[in-house]
Design a protein around this ligand. Structure first.
Ligand code: SAH
Length: 343
């Protein structure tokens, strides 16, 4: 038995042949999976009934059920996606002019324990498999054509590297969903071994790195991963990555009031980022999280000051608006609410 959503489009023919099944059915299968977005093999009506029965047992479709939806005033939709073992993750759909971005999760919870992040508040339950990640994408895809994916939901993609990459390669595949690699962004908190592995793939995915602090003392306080891979190691891995791939790295910097928002922090951040050729910075105001009421959103003037300092140092910087806040869209919040409701 192999999960259908874990099979790359080009693998279908050989897999069918290997199991003594008719390889010419592969095209009809791909049509059903990636044009009709079936949730059950019985919906693949171009296939004969007995063949559908075989598919059901040999290549089951992973169930990803939408358990809860919350929609915010700006049109952002957050879905809670449940799997057969009762575990659930969040995926967020963000409409913008000419874009429909899906934010996907790769783990149930997260082991990284960043202080400001709701996903890490309860640790990690388990990693998603490739077919579950694809099924999660499909739940979003049924609501509209996805133009961009950001792997910025629950979980650390480099802590679930193989399954995450398999899912992204499938979503990128020409005879599958065919979403361009440059439209798919991976985000890591700085799990250093992942950088060389991703560079080795030779696929032009975009890469974001969650920095959030410009020195080890502060970063280790906010992000435990920094104790394992401190800034020197992280930035060296980033520099090696951009040199190897000639691809930009985007540093994410969530600004937290009174914590990492001083002018000195901005100056230090500019110095650090300039150690990496081809780096950009995204500044994001903190989304408040229930478990850390002491962490607050900075005011507009602070964001502008930060931006100003970085620009003066010729660091390419973007100010990001947080979207969907009224839909509990700050990482991990919908699942937390769901867990609380159940408890
Ligand atoms: N584990 C990956 C991807 C998931 S988090 C990573 O760390 O990059 C996606 C982004 O949201 C990260 O930059 C993360 O630090 C940020 N984030 C988490 N909680 C946040 C909050 N409360 N407000 C703003 N950004 C937050």
């Amino acid at each position: 038995m192999t999960k259908a959503w874990s099979i790359l489009p080009d693998e279908w023919k050989p897999i069918l042949t290997e199991r003594g099944l008719r390889a010419f059915r592969a095209d009809q299968i791909l049509q059903a999976l990636y044009r009709d977005y079936i949730t059950d093999w019985d919906q693949a009506t171009t296939l004969p009934k007995d063949f559908r029965e075989t598919l059901k047992t040999e290549f089951p479709l992973t169930r990803a059920e939408t358990l809860d939806v919350s929609e915010s005033a700006d049109g952002t939709k957050k879905l809670l996606i449940g799997f057969d073992d009762g575990q659930a993750v969040e995926t967020v759909l963000i409409p913008a002019t000419g874009r429909f971005t899906q934010c996907i999760s790769t783990q149930v919870g997260c082991a990284m324990g960043c202080a400001f992040c709701a996903s890490g508040a309860q640790g990690v339950v388990r990693s998603l498999t490739a077919d579950e990640i694809v099924a999660e994408y499909m739940a979003g895809r049924r609501l509209g054509e996805i133009t961009n994916i950001v792997v910025m939901g629950m979980g650390e993609p480099f802590a679930n590297y193989d399954e995450t990459l398999r899912a992204l390669k499938l979503i990128n595949a020409g005879r599958g969903p065919n979403l361009g690699a440059r439209h798919i962004t991976l985000s890591t908190c700085g799990v250093v071994p992942g950088f060389a592995r991703l560079a080795d793939e030779g696929i032009q995915f975009e890469l974001s790195v969650s920095l959030h602090a410009p020195n080890d003392a502060l970063r280790s306080q906010l992000m435990p991963v920094n104790r394992r891979w401190p800034l020197d190691e992280l930035l060296a891995a980033c520099a090696a990555y951009t040199e190897r791939t000639k691809r930009i790295i985007t540093f994410e910097y969530t600004v937290i009031k009174g914590v990492n928002d001083s002018r000195a922090c901005a100056e230090e951040l500019a110095r650090q980022v300039r150690r990496v050729p081809m780096a950009k910075v995204n500044l994001i105001p903190l989304s408040p999280v229930a478990h850390r009421p002491d962490f607050q959103t900075p005011d507009e003037a602070t964001m502008m000051m930060f931006l100003d300092v970085l620009m003066k140092h010729h660091v390419q910087t973007m100010l990001r608006r947080s979207r969907g806040r009224d839909a509990n869209a700050a990482c991990g919040q919908l699942r937390l609410r769901h867990l609380t409701k159940r408890a």
